[in-house]
Ligand binder design. Sequence first.
Ligand SMILES: *[C@@H]1O[C@H](CO)[C@@H](O)[C@H](O)[C@H]1NC(C)=O
Ligand SMILES: *[C@@H]1O[C@H](CO)[C@@H](O)[C@H](O)[C@H]1NC(C)=O
Ligand SMILES: *[C@@H]1O[C@H](CO)[C@@H](O)[C@H](O)[C@H]1NC(C)=O
Ligand SMILES: *[C@@H]1O[C@H](CO)[C@@H](O)[C@H](O)[C@H]1NC(C)=O
Length: 424
Amino acid sequence: MAPHKLYSLLLPFLLIVFMPKVNAQTSDDGKNLFKKIFITDAYNKAVRPTFHPNEATNVTMNFYLTKIIEFDSQKEILTTSGYLDIRWYDPYLAWNPLDYNSTDILYIPQDKVWKPDITLLNDVSNFEELGSISLFVYVSNNVSVDWVPYGIWKSTCSVDITYFPFDTQSCDLRFGTWTYFTKDVLIKVDNYTINLDFYETNSAWSIVDTSAYTQEIAGSSLAVFQIKLKRKPLFFLLNIMLPVMMLSLLNVCIFVLTAESQEKASFSVTVFLALVIFMSMVMGTLPQNSEEISFLGVYLVIMAAFSTLAVILTMFQIRLSSRDADVNPIPSWLIKLQVMVEVVRCRRRSKLHPATHSHDEVVEFCSEDTTSERRNSKSQATNEQPKVTWNQICSSLDFIFFWFFSLGTVIVTVTIVAIYNISG
Ligand SMILES: *[C@@H]1O[C@H](CO)[C@@H](O)[C@H](O)[C@H]1NC(C)=O
Ligand SMILES: *[C@@H]1O[C@H](CO)[C@@H](O)[C@H](O)[C@H]1NC(C)=O
Ligand SMILES: *[C@@H]1O[C@H](CO)[C@@H](O)[C@H](O)[C@H]1NC(C)=O
Ligand SMILES: *[C@@H]1O[C@H](CO)[C@@H](O)[C@H](O)[C@H]1NC(C)=O
C-alpha cells in the first residue's frame, strides 16, 4: 500500500488523536501557551483563582435535563441524565492573543485547572467528582472558564403517594460545593428554570414544571434544580383501578347465587383472593411508607373488607340453608324481615307487570303473592308452626345483602373518584 493511501486511511484517527487543543494556527502556539501558563506562570490548580482573597469566586450554573431514565417510586430514587453548564472567571489563565498568533480560545483537560468542588448533594450512588478527566474546560481569552460535565444522576426524591396513581412528585437535584464556604465560592443560577431544549420524553412521567434557585446551607452555597413530575396514570388505571372495580361488581354478584348452590362459597373466596393479588401489585409499586397512605390503598382495603364480610355471610347462609325449620324454629324477627323483603320484591314485580295499574290492583297482586307469608306471621302470633323455610330466609337475606353491598360499593367508588377529581 502506498504511503499516501495509508495516511489517508489513518487521517481520521490522526485527527482525533492530535485534535488541536488550542485554537491556534500551529501546534507551536499551543505548546508555547501551555508552557507559559503551566511552567512560566506555575499555575497551581489548588489555588482559588482570585487576586482578592476576600472576594468570592462567582460560579454560575445552568442545568440541561436530557432524560428521566427512571423514577423508582418504591425506592424513592430518581435517575436522570443531563449536564451542567458551569462558568466562572479564572484570572490566572490570562494571556495576550497577539503573542500566540491570535489564539483566543484554549481547551484544557479538566484535571489541570482549578474547579469548584461541586457535587450532587442528594446523590444515592457515590460521591464522585463531576465530569471525568477526559473532559476539557473551555477557556476564553477574557478569562472566562466554561465547564460542561455530563452525568447520570441518581438522586433521592421523597414520594408522596396520597393520590397515587394521579400523583405529582417534586424532585430536587441539589448541586453544591462540598468544602468551600459561601465567602469563597458563591453559586448562582442564570435561569430560574431547567433547560429542556434537549429533553426526551419519558413514557411514565411528564414534566409539569421546573425551577432553579440557590440556597445557603451550613455556610455553603448550593443550587437546587427542582423538577415537578406528573405520573401518566393510564397504566395503573387500566391494569389496577378498572380490574378492581370489576372485581367489586363480582363481589356483589355473590348474592345472586342461591345458598344451595355449591359454588357460592368458592366463588366468594375466589373474589377475595383476586382482590388480595391486586393489593400486592399496588404495594409493589409504592414505597413501604407508614407515614401516609394512598387513597387507592384505602379503597383496596375497603373492598377487601367487603369481600371478607361477604365470605363470612355466605358461610353462615350456607349453614342456615341446610337447617330444618321444624328442628330449629326461625326467630320471629327473621320472619318479619322476610315478609318485608317479599313485599318490596312484589311491589317491584307488580310495577313491571303490564296488567296491574291501579293501587288496588297492586295490593291485590301482592297479597296473592304474599298470602303464605301473611298467614305465617299470623300463625306466629297465634303460636302455630310457621311455614317459612330456612331457604326462603336465605333468599331474602341474599336480596338484602345484594342491595347493601351494591350501595356500599357504589358509595365508596364514587367517593374515591370524587377525591381524585378534586385533587386534579
Ligand atoms: C499564524 O497562523 C497562520 C495561519 O493562520 C500561519 O500561516 C502563520 O505561520 C502563523 N504564524 C506563526 C508565527 O506561527
Ligand atoms: C460576585 O457577585 C457579587 C454579588 O453577587 C459581587 O459583589 C462580587 O463582586 C462578585 N465577585 C466577582 C469576583 O465578580
Ligand atoms: C467572555 O467570553 C465568553 C465566551 O466568548 C462570553 O460568553 C462571555 O460573555 C465573555 N465575558 C465577558 C465579561 O466579556
Ligand atoms: C434562559 O432561558 C431562556 C428562556 O427559556 C433562554 O432563551 C436562554 O437561553 C436561557 N439561558 C441560558 C444561559 O440557558
